[in-house]
Design a protein around this ligand. Structure first.
Ligand code: FAD
Length: 494
């Protein structure tokens, strides 16, 4: 397709004083690179992988075998960074739905109403998105991809106050390491980033970190969506019910009428990857819609398993000393529990932070830029991390290590239960909840007086109803897919 896998020797060429190097060519690296092109003459994206010429998973990003959702906010930012990319995704076969909220969500307290929305909703896989973005950057003057190259360390000035490049190994050559010089090095090498070790090699401290292990596992498979399948949804999300029911499941309607199906287990309950076990797990979800869908669909891939390592937030911003010329972004800083689908949207927000910080320092010598960036990034990830790690702590035995104690966690969990319960009956609260999930508004917006009132009023009503209704039929599950109801958009909330 292009020059993706050509290795350029930049050692002489790029020491121009205007060169940024990005370690990792996945979502965080690509979005950061796009921003850097506005400020640097040359941007080099280095990845240890060979990039496929067609949209397909690759070794360095094993998570792309599993269903990915891109929240509304993430889509909006990526479209802003790459104008016209939605057309390209459409041309690449993305599925399109109009005039509905296309994701059916089954919560532990019942089904959310499908809130009707104006406009189009696109469904596409993570591999298609990454591939399209890579294509766009490849076509951009001054952007270079160095594939098959593993970064093994940072280069610094003799006093180690400044990072001036990276050391890398060409994986397909038995050659000595190459040094590439840069004015700015961005680490976007993901969850297993060696940034803390590289900083220590240069005499800096190890960043403090918080981690949670919620024992989450995935089993995923691609299916052909049956022709004329009679579902009111484009995507389907069925949540487990901590701490009792650890089983969740997703169907993401992707390009070329494919369904990406992921079964997810929490609290150390991992979904099986054999045919019978996979179907049984789907069958045992709290709602039959997913099982009924895949029962009649044609499998197109083997079943892939994945055990999510512990989720982690590294506090680079808390280090007292920090080298100039180096920043860290993406999963290298904060790797969430993927079950909440936050990763890529947070990465998109981080790209905007990079843009703001670079713009702020555009006309100076960038003194203080790196610290400002890490601090702003820490603020950006704090809310999503708080939400997802707090949810993870609903599973028994899960511990948050390295963090300050969370006072009022039980109250938060209880309030969120009430929000979800009310969201099942009240489209205004549904929309408020979905706005938070879609990261269009911060989680605190669920505490706004109009939402608080509705949530508490709903709770009082249900206590009264429980006192008068027949207790023999208290369960909302299972609900069939036909029970999904369509509501008009409520007044704008949040
Ligand atoms: C099972 C699963 C499901 C998920 N579902 C969702 C979802 O629904 N929605 C969502 O938004 N997010 C989801 N995520 C999270 C999302 O995949 C990540 O947040 C995102 O991919 C992180 O991007 P990144 O660029 O920071 O890191 P990565 O995607 O991990 O990429 C790191 C890149 O760096 C390269 N690299 C690593 N080390 C080196 C080195 N030393 N030298 C050169 N290159 C190197 C790798 O080859 C890779 O290309 C999911 C994650 C998992 C595990």
């Amino acid at each position: 397709m292009n020059t993706h896998n050509h290795v350029h020797s930049f050692s002489n060429q790029l020491n121009t004083g205007r060169h940024a190097v990005v370690i990792g060519g996945s979502m965080a690296g690509l979005l950061a690179a796009r921003v850097l092109t506005d400020y640097f003459e040359q941007v080099s994206i280095i990845d240890r992988d060979t990039f496929p010429d067609v949209p397909e998973p690759r070794k360095g990003v094993p998570q792309s075998y599993h269903a990915h959702a891109l929240h509304e906010k993430g889509q909006e930012i990526i479209n802003r960074l790459f104008p016209g990319i939605l057309d390209e995704l459409r041309a690449g076969g993305a599925s399109s739905a109009y005039g509905v909220m296309p994701t059916a969500v089954v919560t532990p307290t019942g089904k959310l109403p499908l809130v009707k929305q104006d406009g189009e909703s696109l469904g596409f896989s993570r591999v298609l998105l990454e591939w399209q973005i890579r294509r766009r950057l490849t076509a951009q003057a001054g952007v270079y991809f160095l594939a098959n190259c593993k970064v093994t360390g940072l280069l610094s000035t003799p006093d180690r106050a400044r990072v001036i490049g990276v050391r890398l190994h060409h994986q397909d050559k038995d050659a000595s390491p190459e040094m590439i010089q840069a004015d700015l090095v961005v680490d976007a090498s993901g969850r297993y980033s060696k940034a803390p070790e590289w900083l220590v090699e240069l005499g800096y401290a190890v960043p403090p970190e918080e981690s949670v292990n919620s024992g989450t596992g995935y089993a995923s498979r691609i299916y052909a969506k049956p022709t004329n399948f009679p579902a009111a949804w484009q995507h389907l999300v069925i949540f487990g019910h901590p701490p009792h029911n650890p089983r969740s499941g997703f169907i993401m309607g992707n390009e070329h009428n494919k369904w990406h199906v992921s079964l997810v287990g929490s609290g150390g309950n991992y979904p099986p990857t054999d045919e019978a076990g996979f179907l049984q797990w789907a069958h045992d979800l709290s709602d039959p819609s997913l099982y009924e869908a895949i029962r009649v669909a044609e499998p197109l891939s083997p079943i892939q398993g994945f055990r999510v390592p512990q989720t982690r937030l590294r506090h680079f911003e808390r280090l007292e000393r920090w080298p100039t010329g180096f920043i860290v972004t993406g999963d290298s800083v904060c790797a969430f529990n993927p079950v909440y689908g936050q990763g890529t949207t947070v990465i998109a927000l981080e790209a905007l932070v990079l843009d703001e910080c670079l713009r702020h320092y555009k006309h100076s010598n960038r003194q203080g830029f790196e610290r400002l960036f890490q601090q702003q990034l820490a603020q950006t990830v704090a809310g999503p991390w708080f939400m997802s790690s707090s949810e993870d702590m609903r599973w028994s035995g899960v511990k948050l290590s390295g963090a300050r104690p969370r006072i009022g966690l039980g109250i938060l969990h209880h309030y969120m239960n009430l929000v979800l319960k009310q969201a099942c009956d009240d489209p205004m609260v549904t929309q408020a909840y979905l706005n938070v999930v879609g990261m269009m508004v911060p989680p605190q917006s669920l505490m706004q007086p109009n939402i608080l009132l509705r949530v508490f009023w709903g709770a009082i009503k249900s206590i009264n109803q429980a006192a008068t209704s027949n207790p023999a039929n208290p369960e909302q599950f299972p609900l069939s897919s036909e029970a999904l109801t369509l509501h008009e958009t409520p007044d704008k909330v949040g």
